[in-house]
Design a protein around this ligand. Structure first.
Ligand code: URA
Length: 424
């Protein structure tokens, strides 16, 4: 076999049989790659297809974020318009739900007529006009990843740090970014359960993306309990709108402000990351982030009038449909809430229909769970603490299961930041 870049050329030109590519993937999975090889692989993948190009005067302004995936993780939806409201250019390319984790595209598609399949020309035009677009991967960007990822998926070779790094960073590099923030989640509902493994991945992604000329910060954040109060596609749009209007849950708002602050500083718009975080916070409170979001909705085929009031929004998202049921869950224990198990909540939500059981399967955008109480709050037996939105009958098992996700203590519960480390 020749160099890594020659191999990637052959992967894309279909000269290689699947068996040969699989053997190569298995070797990397088993032996790993050193830093220089991971950088070479990532560059070759980036160069395997079309690349986005931006006007020279935006040299410092084009940014994006990536999350390794979580439960209730809707950070991108308020973050992208808030960044654009602060003057950055945000061609955000997101994914669909993977396993038990939700996907930004699925959430956005809860909005009637919202299009995530913009062509490269449409995406570029929208960024020129309003500074933000939230779309899916186009067919022409990083075709090498499409083939490699599909083969990794069926050969148990996903969980490899050099392969994950090259897959994620090559796609971001093809967007022509100046700066990138990566939210690397760890904990029971993250793909990397152990903090040490997540740290290795964060270091690898930061090092490779920085070597490719993208100013990159990886933020290590806790994914043991759901982020915010809403889990489920349409319900997460409602919570994103709340956040865009300065009324979001504090853990979600913290991640939006900190990640936005990092990017505003990297782009040279904010004097430091704290200043950047305050700029994002202001944009959530002065209406500018929400107005930018509404502009984006209109540009991508949705209707801004759906967002006029809670009633119009709930109606547009189907949350008032007569065939959608709500069941309130009441506490069977009391004390200060110290834990809500995100993996249990994710499994119930998947079962309700928030995610896919098979490739290309249908999802029900309306179903999900609202947590009416959060970690740190006092709860008494009989208090209403969760609401389940469901379209099928709820069995006793699901109700038992949701009760088992809640843990309380008689001690005081300190609310800790979800962010444990930043790696550049
Ligand atoms: N997401 C990606 O895009 N690639 C990976 O390898 C893993 C998660």
């Amino acid at each position: 076999m020749g160099s890594i870049s020659e191999f990637i050329d052959e992967v894309v030109s279909d000269k290689l049989e699947d068996d040969v590519v699989i053997e190569w993937l298995k070797k990397i999975f088993a032996d790993g790659l050193n830093d220089a090889q991971t950088i070479e692989l990532t560059k070759s993948m980036r160069d395997s297809g079309e690349k986005l190009e931006w006007p020279a005067e935006w040299a410092n302004l084009v940014v994006d974020k990536h999350s390794t995936g979580g439960v209730g993780d809707k950070v991108s939806i308020p973050l992208a318009p808030a960044l654009a409201a602060c003057g950055l250019k945000v061609p955000m390319i997101s994914g669909r739900g993977l396993g038990h984790t939700g996907g930004t595209l699925d959430k956005l598609e809860s909005i009637p007529e919202f299009r995530v399949d913009l062509s490269v020309a449409e995406l570029s035009q929208q960024i020129e006009k309003i500074g933000v677009a939230m779309v899916g991967q186009t067919n022409d960007l990083v075709p090498a990843d499409r083939r490699l990822y599909a083969l990794r998926d069926v050969t148990g070779t996903i969980a490899s740090i050099p392969l994950i790094t090259s897959s994620i960073v090559s796609k971001k590099a093809a967007e022509g970014l100046t700066a990138l923030v990566i939210d690397v989640k760890f904990g029971r509902a993250a793909f990397m359960v152990e903090r040490a493994e997540a740290t290795k991945l964060a270091r690898s992604m930061s090092a490779v993306a920085n070597a490719l000329g993208i100013q990159t910060t990886s933020i290590l954040s806790d994914m043991n309990s759901p982020l915010g109060c809403a889990v489920g596609n349409a319900l997460e749009i409602v919570e994103s709108v709340e956040t865009l209007c300065g009324r979001g849950p504090l853990d979600l708002e913290e991640l939006v402000c900190v990640q936005g602050g990092v990017l505003l500083h990297s782009a040279g718009i904010a004097t430091d990351e704290n200043h950047g975080a305050v700029m994002i916070h202001d944009s959530l409170n002065d209406g500018s982030a929400f107005n930018k979001f509404l502009e984006m909705v209109e540009y991508q085929g949705g209707n801004a009038d759906d967002f006029l009031t809670d009633a119009t929004l709930y109606t547009a998202l189907g949350l008032l449909d007569s065939n959608l049921n709500t069941t309130e869950i009441f506490a069977e224990i009391s004390g200060n809430i110290c834990d809500i198990d995100a993996m249990i909540i994710a499994d119930i939500c998947l079962n309700l229909g928030t995610g896919r059981n098979s490739l290309g399967g249908e999802i029900d955008h309306r179903v999900g769970i609202i947590l009416e109480k959060q970690i740190g709050e006092l709860i008494e037996i009989g208090d209403h603490w969760a609401t389940i939105y469901h379209s099928n009958e709820l069995d006793e098992e699901k109700i038992k299961s949701i009760q088992s996700s809640l843990r309380t203590t008689n001690d005081n519960v300190e609310i800790e930041s979800r962010i444990v480390e930043m790696i550049r």
